[in-house]
Design a protein around this ligand. Sequence first.
Ligand SMILES: Cc1cc2nc3c(=O)[nH]c(=O)nc-3n(C[C@H](O)[C@H](O)[C@H](O)COP(=O)(O)OP(=O)(O)OC[C@H]3O[C@@H](n4cnc5c(N)ncnc54)[C@H](O)[C@@H]3O)c2cc1C
Length: 487
Amino acid sequence: MIGRRHFLAGLGAVAVVGFNPRSRTWISVAEAAPFDRIPPLDGVLRMDPASLSAAAVDVGNIVHNTPIAVLEPGSVEDIQKMIRYCRRHGIKVGPRGMAHTTFGQSQVEAGLSIETKTLNTIHSVTSTSADVDAGVTWKDLLTQIVPMGLTPPALTGFTGLSFGGTLSVGGISANFGNGAQVDYVRELDIVTGEGEFRHCSAHENKDLFEVVLAGLGQCGIITRAVVELIPAKPMVRAYTFTYTDNATFFRDFRTLINREELDELYNFGIPNGSGGFMYQLNAAKYFDPSHPPDTATLFRGLSVDPAAGQFQDVPYLDYLLRIDSLVDFFRTQGLWDGVLHPWFDIFLPERTVEQYVGEVTPTLTFDDVGAAGFLLLFAKKRENFTRPFLRIPETEKWFYLFDILTANSVAGPDPAFQARMIARNNRLFEKARRMGATRYPIGVVEFSQLDWILQYGREWPVFLSRKRQFDPDGILTPGPGIFDGFR
Ligand SMILES: Cc1cc2nc3c(=O)[nH]c(=O)nc-3n(C[C@H](O)[C@H](O)[C@H](O)COP(=O)(O)OP(=O)(O)OC[C@H]3O[C@@H](n4cnc5c(N)ncnc54)[C@H](O)[C@@H]3O)c2cc1C
């Protein structure tokens, strides 16, 4: 017989309390300590290395924050249970849609990543609305509703994005007369940072509704949304006109947006092959085949001859999915997955947009966009933007989304290129902010606490107080780093 004290001493003073016959190992005091069981789930909680490293990737390929577990929820209750669980243990939680933001916004270091894509039911469609889970993509909805003659009023260029993800950032379309996707949301289901389920709208739980729309996941996880739909025309006439001069381009662009006769208008800035960029003005008019658009009338009185424009008539759904097809093509060429995408995205006011674009574009080289990148400019009508947490310049009738959609020319890490592009973005953002711009926080700019406070301006105190109200322990969505300095 050996006494317990002698037995422990024989094991090198490790406090052993038992034996696990399955693994045939001794159990130490630490291992046998009472633990908090994971609640029963409808979905799956993954901890394997492949799932963890997959959750540490986004389209930017710059930030890689690895979670300690990945939840594939089988129900909204799973999200509630796991948020309560994480809250008890001070574990951060990051909702992740399609991870198409570019600077770690959807990632969570040493926390729980919630993959919303497993919540992907389109619950119902009427002639004026769609009721969808947060993990549904806009593309999923479009393929169902466009054949029914319906469309959302605002769509991003690429549509393989989740409802939860775009409604958390804003969702800006090339359709210059309308608001953002967040402006066409009627109802939301949300799980707060306390694990509470809330149904909300402009009339019910309004504070939560407002702060979650374009609220970067700070106050709740969107689990379901009811969004507006409108009738869709079956065809689109898509025009392109080429410009070489900034002032001429802006003069014509402004003439066209102020006439409000077209449906979409945007600029693609593309390397011109001799070290500079050309402006490719893209315009779209939706139409019924019985009433095709009159090109000469639409483009009258511009500095370019209407006949100089090229156009194509395309079925509406094909037109909406054209950037999805482009991304698929980049993928097949090895120009998408694993490629660094240090994107730069800002909102500029009318009064400075021409000067800013005119000064910045000539400083850019081919490297600044790459083979699979381009510059983008959308005009937007201010009065249709109604959500306070989508931070846009507050003056004038029009404001603009300007993007430098940089793609490195090869896949894989490239620390020198990455550092150069982040420094470029920081510098260009400083210049833009001095000219009245705000950041569209889908891209890559290093932001300090002060930068976030400036970004939210007079909404900052409201944002902070709602964060404290709906996520009192500050566990939700650390990716953007907005409240790092506040508890
Ligand atoms: C090719 C391409 C084209 C694009 N074109 C446009 C465009 O035309 N207009 C435009 O506005 N944007 C555009 N974007 C940007 C895109 O709208 C955003 O990156 C959007 O967030 C992507 O959705 P996602 O599902 O990938 O979100 P994610 O990147 O997964 O998430 C975005 C943020 O929201 C949070 N989040 C995700 N799901 C939820 C949820 N359910 N509840 C609360 N928070 C959540 C995440 O934690 C993260 O902080 C484009 C992006 C790409 C890659």
